[in-house]
Design a protein around this ligand. Structure first.
Ligand code: HEM
Length: 283
């Protein structure tokens, strides 16, 4: 490529990156508006919580209370803006991901009614028609196998991002500071080297002896990340998903509408591109 062309495409690249966030395009103006609205709503919730805490609420009963309490601690420089960002992170990290897991689970169990039936049998045997308690949730074996297999095939998060703040080395490969690294772990989840020739098939039985025995290397199962930034909400999310799925299985059997088109796509999280039209039948 000539210097001129290189310069031109570099400029194009810079303008793309730049326009993505800072140029006041129509789309960006809408984004700024939404951002402002979300921040104002959160500031309002935080303000109300602060007032409640001044009037005697201990703040121990919810996450916002705990965040505000630790903000009050002497050497803490957490600002209200930081609290707002934490609220946004918890909402997005917690809500969107678990909702996607449940959506994919309903889709996959509609495609594999034999597993839907096995899961329902287990749920009815352990919990009956009663709302599941944490003790009965812990006894479930088939449901967690199914959730793990759904997390393998349709992980709500498919790529991890890292940015090097200083020069670093990974297994002898030197990486300068300021580099964005992407780990598309979806490829690991589908790699026959770890999962065998049926890697693309839905086979919850591979998790029958737990995650460590499901593949040739435990590190090939990545839905919640690994290492120091491992998902904080993993146990919460799995408990929530088990509770919700248990309630659905107790009350309905379900199938996909003929209008369903299988087209997983990533819009930050992995979603069914044309929605998940599932028909619920009351049991
Ligand atoms: C099925 C549901 C979920 C999935 C698949 C999921 C997945 C992930 C992944 C892949 C990461 C990134 C780890 C990394 O960068 O190494 C992460 C981080 C995080 N998750 Fe989740 N998550 C889920 C549910 C939740 C829930 C329910 C909460 C909170 C209630 C939550 C809170 C967080 C937080 C706070 C982080 C950032 C941790 C850090 O940077 O130290 N997640 N999650």
């Amino acid at each position: 490529m000539s210097d001129n062309k290189l310069h031109h495409s570099y400029q194009h690249f810079i303008s793309l990156c730049f326009s993505n966030r800072f140029i006041p395009t129509k789309k960006n103006k809408k984004r700024y508006g939404i951002d402002k609205e979300i921040k104002a709503a959160l500031r309002n919730i935080i303000h109300k919580k602060e007032q409640a805490m001044q009037n005697g609420d201990s703040g121990d009963a919810d996450l916002l209370g705990l965040l505000l309490k630790c903000r009050d601690e002497a050497d803490n420089d957490m600002t209200i803006e930081d609290v707002i960002e934490e609220c946004k992170l918890f909402y997005f990290a917690g809500q969107e991901t678990t909702a996607n897991l449940l959506t994919w689970t309903l889709i996959v169990l509609s495609m594999h009614p034999e597993w839907q039936e096995k899961a329902r049998e287990e749920v009815l045997q352990i919990c009956g028609k009663k709302t599941a308690e944490i003790d009965s949730i812990k006894q479930l074996k088939i449901v967690p196998m199914i959730l793990n297999e759904v997390l393998r095939l349709y992980p709500p998060v498919t790529i991890l991002h890292r940015h090097t703040l200083k020069e670093t080395s990974i297994r002898g490969i030197a990486i300068p500071a300021g580099v964005d690294l992407l780990l598309p772990f979806l490829f690991l989840h589908y790699d026959p080297e770890y999962w065998g020739d049926n890697a693309e098939e839905f086979k919850p039985e591979r998790f029958s002896e737990g995650i460590s025995k499901a593949s040739k290397d435990e590190i090939a199962f990545y839905p919640f990340g690994w290492g120091p930034r491992f998902c904080l909400g993993q146990n919460f999310a799995l408990t929530e998903a088990k509770m919700a799925l248990t309630m659905i299985l107790q009350n309905f059997w379900f199938e996909l509408s003929p209008s369903y088109t299988h087209a997983p796509c990533t819009v930050i999280t992995l979603q069914p591109q044309h929605g998940a039209p599932v028909i619920l039948h009351q049991l």
